[in-house]
Design a protein around this ligand. Structure first.
Ligand code: GRG
Length: 309
């Protein structure tokens, strides 16, 4: 069980803020909560498959964004942890389905064989479905000390991020564009603001919604999230070209191999880097009004362009 009290955390915003320590500390908290979130019971095979991908590592960026935003606005880690776990369950299910032969057909994810390579396609589809449904149950059942009307808004926002208005819509357009060489930057933005941006935005907004944030605050958070979401995807595209499977934990060079239109293929690597940096700077500016308290979210924005995997 997750304690109703916030766990003791050391890394606090301030002049000596240490992003590395902060991310490590939050990741450890999230891992511990995820570890307890899905007990294995009958039929064990499906729980094993769900846990295989959920506990396979990853940066845990979405949960960390949710926790950080909730804390920025005066909430606690404890009240946001069930939502943070649900975000990671949703993210993980999208990776499982994305890797399927009917979609990206990938063999490696998070440095391990993909779910369908280990459990077969049938179970991998069901593991994704199981994680998706359980994410919603988990938020509703496990969240404490949040007003029901705020929690309803969180649930609605998660649904919006998953549905055709979010991940599903982005994935459909991505599939439609496969093999086409005349994709413009607007279509590319649509794909990524839906496939990648929608869940990152939901991560930030749900942290705000849990605290009952007002409309103006939510709009500011949305702008921060839209900027980091796009920067994140540009960097993802750059890393696909410049990195290796060992570092990425997934197949590198896939976009080039599939002749996919990407930001580097449209703009080149240097302009892509500059665009990503401009978006990160804009994201940081959005939160300047919070002073020192914004340091963690601003530093996370910076990490997005500096990351290597
Ligand atoms: C949501 C119902 C439903 C179906 C899924 C397959 C699909 C529809 C959408 C694809 C979503 C997708 C895989 C987007 C890519 C997002 C992305 C950039 C993933 C990598 O995220 P990281 O780098 O990965 O945060 P880690 O492993 O660190 O968590």
């Amino acid at each position: 069980m997750i304690s109703a009290q916030s766990p003791q955390v050391q890394a606090k915003p301030g002049p000596d803020f240490n992003l590395r320590g902060y991310l490590e500390e939050r990741r450890t908290l999230v891992e511990a909560a995820l570890e307890q979130s899905i007990p294995v019971t009958y039929p064990e095979k499906i729980y094993d498959a769900m846990r295989y991908s959920l506990m396979a590592g990853g940066k845990r960026l979405r949960p960390i964004l949710c926790l950080a935003t909730c804390e920025l606005l005066g909430g606690t880690i404890a009240m946001a942890m069930p939502t943070a776990c649900a975000l990671e369950m949703i993210h993980t299910m999208s990776l499982i389905h994305d890797d399927l032969p009917a979609m990206d057909n990938d063999d490696y994810r998070r440095g391990k064989l993909t779910n369908h390579k280990v459990y077969g396609e049938d179970i991998a589809i069901l593991a994704g479905d199981g994680l998706l449904a359980y994410a919603f149950e988990y938020v509703v059942e496990k969240t404490e000390n949040v007003a029901p009307e705020q929690l309803l808004k969180v649930v609605a926002r998660l649904g919006h991020a998953v549905a055709a208005t979010g991940l599903v819509g982005g994935q459909v357009v991505d599939l439609e564009c496969e093999g086409l060489s005349n994709i413009g930057v607007e279509t590319l933005h649509f794909i990524h603001s839906h496939k990648t941006g929608a869940l990152l935005e939901a991560s930030v907004l749900s942290g705000g919604l849990l605290t009952g944030a007002d409309k103006e605050t939510l709009q500011r958070l949305s702008r921060y999230a839209a900027n980091i979401g796009l920067a994140f995807q540009i960097v993802d595209d750059i890393l696909d070209v410049t990195s290796t499977r060992d570092v990425l934990g997934k197949t590198a060079g896939k976009d080039l191999q599939a002749q996919k239109i990407t930001y580097p293929s449209l703009w080149g690597i240097e302009k892509s880097r500059q665009e990503a940096q401009g978006l990160v700077d804009a994201a940081k500016d959005e939160l300047a009004c919070y002073g020192e308290r914004a340091i963690p979210l601003q530093a996370i924005a910076g990490y997005i362009t500096a990351r290597t995997h």
